[in-house]
Design a protein around this ligand. Structure first.
Ligand code: ADP
Ligand code: MG
Length: 701
């Protein structure tokens, strides 16, 4: 019996569902492990006010308060069982990083005290030479600094038998360059805030602060852990590099929104409990299209918090899976031929008073100008947006008739299309409708809601927010959101400048203001119109039509990375990422792309040589069919040798050159090798095949 059949036999026998969930009132449990607003309010007055002002975006941190805050944090953490603290930060790896220190200091007489000083709260200094920096920090200047990020809440992380106080932190080099995802995201919020406040001011509206909001729908696969462990490719790269199509895949469409299996439900319940305690308002859960695929979505919140929470949630999901003898796969495409996983980033803009500025019902002139700025931005910077979701993993998913293609288009729905067309083409009939709307609070809401969802669109308006559907499931939300914030802030500023030159110094409002803004909006909407598309984005005709419209279609991520160092990007990222920082991101992305494909190539070669080839040869010779299938084996051996040779020729190249070879030459070879091995899988004696098959990975649970 091989390890594979042994594992399946055990799974079949076990039948027991472990449940560690202790569901109580979730509203009561919410944020139990977070040093939340309520606790901040109880700090000494001066410190409390200062921290709350920072949280609300209307104040700067006063360093003098650090000692008092640190002391309270320590007491709270120790009361809850914490022994250690860490700065919790987000280097350019799509995961969080931490380095724990105990709350210990020497007292006199050789004893120790539990201490946490303001200095330790404010700054950490991880020896950070091993984090990706894209050349911003040479190894001999290995210092990286972490600094407390008071815009996010400290929390307790329970893992193993330990409990750690995590201080959300920023990560930067000794020259002050951003080395993390969080700094640009916060800067992009600042920039957007600044411009949108000007828009509100123009339209006679008041707000203290404006935020981008984010609700991240997270897709994932949950499969049995013992089978997962028998797949070195899943273990090391997150996706299966081989695997023949199973007799049944997702064609019966019986999984989407189907009843969740008990074992998976117990798992969902447990990671949700932990998420709730960490202040992550997980709301929606359901089965997705592919077998073993699911989704979890929290309620939206301020984007920088939502981005932190998404990283935490992914960590919880991975961690908790092993307790249930499951493995959580967050890769964009774990299984060929089945739907991949995305992380739809629902994005909007909200005021401090909770007014959603992309809700057409709530405010119309502001909405109309914002909408125009967004369409203009997406049209002008579509290649940059494409780059913001680029990765080796997402390449397997985009354009696979399951996720948006690599052409960026916007879906608005009938109601808004109507309005845009009305403005662009000056149709009086529409204008009348619009004039009613311009009262501007009375757009019938049902009209917007009635517009259908377009699930094939890259960037779709869904009633009161945009859904950026092309983001990959492992991605950090910060890059796509910072990019949207950056391009929208830029376009809005341009529109506001143009409107200002029409308005001159007059104090206008209502219809008079609208009349002045109209030509500006008309020009911008006309320019952006090619990016609007309501049809089926998965169709071939769209590809042709998009080309005729002049929309970029960057099929492979590698060819989009240089958008980040393009002159246009350097301008729109001003104040968010400097030219030097953009270059470093470009380098990190290119390097990660090459490394990911290299790992997969290594896996393909190793698995073929050490597991598949010996099994196939043995089986075919024992069954006397070696001759019949020798060409299949010979071809696979040949492809393996070609891949090895190409890899060996890369050693002297820089990362960009390597990434190009992986993208253009090695990936196609890997695909060819895979096709051969997948054919072998369907011939070799099932009892001997070493790797768990798709039907087992997807259906045995
Ligand atoms: P779908 O039908 O697209 O699958 P879901 O209910 O799974 O919708 O997810 C929608 C997500 O959009 C949720 O996370 C929700 O909180 C979020 N969302 C709703 N309104 C906003 C908003 N104004 N800004 C950002 N995200 C929002
Ligand atoms: Mg959803």
């Amino acid at each position: 019996m091989n390890a594979r059949s042994d594992a399946i036999r055990k799974i079949g026998k076990s039948g027991k569902i472990s449940s560690h969930s202790n569901p109580q009132n979730r509203a009561h449990q919410f944020g139990q492990n977070v040093f939340h607003r309520g606790l901040i309010e109880k700090l000494p007055k001066k410190a409390a006010k200062n921290w709350l002002d920072v949280l609300d975006g209307v104040g700067k941190l006063d360093l003098d308060n650090a000692d008092v805050i640190a002391e309270s944090l320590k007491n709270w953490a120790i009361e809850h069982g914490a022994t250690h603290f860490t700065h919790w930060f987000q280097p350019l790896t799509n995961a969080s990083a931490e380095k724990h220190d105990a709350f210990l200091s020497w007292s006199t007489h050789g004893m120790v005290l539990e201490k946490f000083k303001g200095k330790e709260l404010l700054r950490g200094e991880p020896d950070a030479s091993s984090f990706p920096s894209g050349g911003l920090r040479a190894t001999h200047e290995a210092r990286g600094y972490t600094a407390w990020d008071p815009t996010s809440f400290p929390f307790l992380w329970e893992g193993g038998d330990g409990c750690t106080l995590c201080i959300p932190a920023l990560f930067f080099s000794w020259k002050g360059s951003a080395l993390d995802h969080k700094i640009p995201l916060l800067r992009s919020e600042e920039k957007l805030n600044h411009v949108v406040l000007k828009l509100l001011d123009l339209c006679g509206q008041k707000a203290k602060r404006v935020y981008s909001t984010l609700g991240a729908e997270q897709e994932y696969f949950a499969i049995d852990r013992s089978l997962f462990l028998l797949r070195p490719d899943l273990l090391l790269s997150g996706r299966t590099v081989y695997g023949a199509k199973p007799a049944k895949g997702q064609e019966l469409e019986d999984h989407y929104f189907g009843a969740v299996k008990n074992r998976v439900m117990a798992y969902m319940q447990e990671f949700e409990d932990a998420a709730i305690k960490l202040g992550i308002a997980v709301k929606t859960r359901h089965n997705e299209v592919a077998p073993a695929q699911h989704e979890v979505a929290p309620l939206f919140e301020r984007a920088s918090l939502a981005a932190d929470h998404n990283i935490l949630l992914m960590e919880l999901m991975r961690n908790c899976a092993s307790k249930h003898n499951l493995a959580c796969l967050l890769h964009e495409k774990p299984f060929k031929g089945l739907n991949g996983s995305g992380k739809h980033n629902n994005w909007s803009i909200s005021t401090d008073t909770g007014q959603n500025l992309l809700d057409p019902e709530e405010n119309s002139l502001v909405f109309l100008i914002l909408l125009t700025a967004i369409l203009r931005a997406v049209h002008q910077h579509s290649a940059l947006l494409r780059a913001s979701i680029a990765s080796a993993g997402n390449d397997h998913r985009l354009g696979g008739a399951e996720a948006p293609p690599t052409i960026l288009s916007v879906y608005l729905g009938d109601a808004l299309n109507h309005i845009v067309e009305g403005i662009v083409h000056g149709k009086t009939g529409e204008l009348k409708l619009r004039a009613v709307d311009l009262g501007l609070s009375s757009w019938p809401r049902h009209e917007v809601d009635a517009s259908d969802r377009n699930r094939t669109s890259f960037f779709a308006f869904t009633g009161n927010k945009f859904e950026f559907r092309a983001v990959g499931s492992t991605a950090h939300c910060a890059l796509p959101i910072s990019t949207i914030n950056a391009i929208v802030a830029d376009s809005l500023q341009i529109l506001l400048d143009e409107i200002a030159s029409e308005v001159k110094d007059q104090q206008l409002s209502g219809e008079a203001l609208f009349a002045k803004a109209l030509p500006v909006l008309k020009k911008a909407l006309k320019g952006a119109e090619p990016v609007l598309f309501s049809g089926d984005n998965y169709s071939e005709q769209w590809e042709q039509e998009a080309e005729a419209r002049g929309l970029p279609n960057i099929r492979r991520s590698f060819h989009s990375f240089d958008q980040f160092i393009d002159k246009k990007a350097i301008r729109v990222f001003e104040g968010i990422l400097s030219e030097e920082e953009l270059h470093s991101r470009f380098e990190v992305m290119v390097e990660q792309y090459a490394k990911s494909i290299n790992i997969e190539a290594n896996l393909m070669v190793e698995l073929f040589q050490t597991q598949i080839l010996p099994t196939a040869q043995k089986d075919f010779s024992e069954r006397g069919i070696a001759k019949q299938y020798s060409s299949l084996i010979d071809e696979a051996v040949e492809k393996t040798e070609e891949i090895k040779k190409m890899q060996s020729q890369l050693s002297d190249m820089g990362w960009e050159a390597k990434a190009k070879v992986f993208c253009e030459l090695i990936s196609p070879k890997m695909e060819e090798l895979r096709t051969l091995v997948d054919q072998l899988e369907l011939i070799v004696d099932d009892a001997l095949w070493p790797l768990p098959k798709y039907r087992e990975l997807l259906f045995v649970i």
